[in-house]
Design a protein around this ligand. Sequence first.
Ligand SMILES: Nc1ncnc2c1ncn2[C@@H]1O[C@H](COP(=O)(O)OP(=O)(O)O)[C@@H](O)[C@H]1O
Ligand SMILES: [Mg+2]
Length: 309
Amino acid sequence: MDVTRTPDAGATTTFVAELAPDGYGNPPTWADVPLPEADPAPAPSPGPSVAPREPATLVARGVCAWFGSHQALSDVSLQMTARQVTALIGPSGCGKSTFLRTLNRMHELIPKTSLAGSVELDGIDIYGPTLRTTETRVRIGMVFQKPNPFPAMSIAENVVSGLKLSGARKFDRAAVVEDSLRRAGLWNEVKNRLNQPGGALSGGQQQRLCIARGLAVRPQVLLMDEPCSALDPTSTRRIEDTIHELKDSVTIVIVTHNMQQAQRVSDYTAFFLSGEGEPGHIVEAGPTYDVFNDPRDRRTEDYVNGKFG
Ligand SMILES: Nc1ncnc2c1ncn2[C@@H]1O[C@H](COP(=O)(O)OP(=O)(O)O)[C@@H](O)[C@H]1O
Ligand SMILES: [Mg+2]
């Protein structure tokens, strides 16, 4: 059943107002909240590392989204299958980022927004009573366009910062740091300087640090909104390698404007479009090879061949 939801005007609005926008259109997240000083000593009796979670399948059904009275998305249904990479493509303004934010309850962080439809994580309605909102955002993480590590915080502290914010207290810090950095493909480059500031890394390294921070909480799904658009080609390929290595352990949904990248990294592709003054919707979705080589819709064919957008 579709239920229109309006965000709670109380705590959410205060939360947003306290945080500075990053200038890249990314809404602030819990990861942007300044952290207290790092603990002087590591946790005394390290428990096991954070338990891995299996990658999960996300299913969106009939998702509509509004900013005030402006409808940005109409009736978007899409299955994002576990152990696959799903690419979202389409011209600017067609609602890709908005759709991504409905998948981990970040849309409602923006004041005066509403949405309809449902999103299920392995069959559990993320907007239902079973999952708390904070738990949803732990299970479904997000990496943004512009790398946003805490610049003055050490590399290691950056990695565990999201985990600490999620409320985890007892974990094997060294194991989480190494494991997350390894999974993000950054360990070898930083293992000898874990106490140096995150801001000293190159742009591509900072983005992998943000991926490591996202992975440290053991999400089942990682949403990536144009994660390479601020990076040079070499760093971009490095992130693409990381995506390949990650996809068996976390479901990945990636927005990209780079048609080659979509073909290199994804198994499944959804093409979004919004007509003049109309909300964004999915024109066509299918296996990536088919969308690029044998599209069913003329508009998809024109877009993937660079005729517009
Ligand atoms: N914070 C916001 N407030 C009002 N309108 C917004 C906001 N973010 C996006 N929109 C509008 O929603 C539509 C979809 O935007 P977006 O999801 O950012 O598209 P894309 O990521 O595909 O470029 C656009 O019309 C955009 O202007
Ligand atoms: Mg966008």
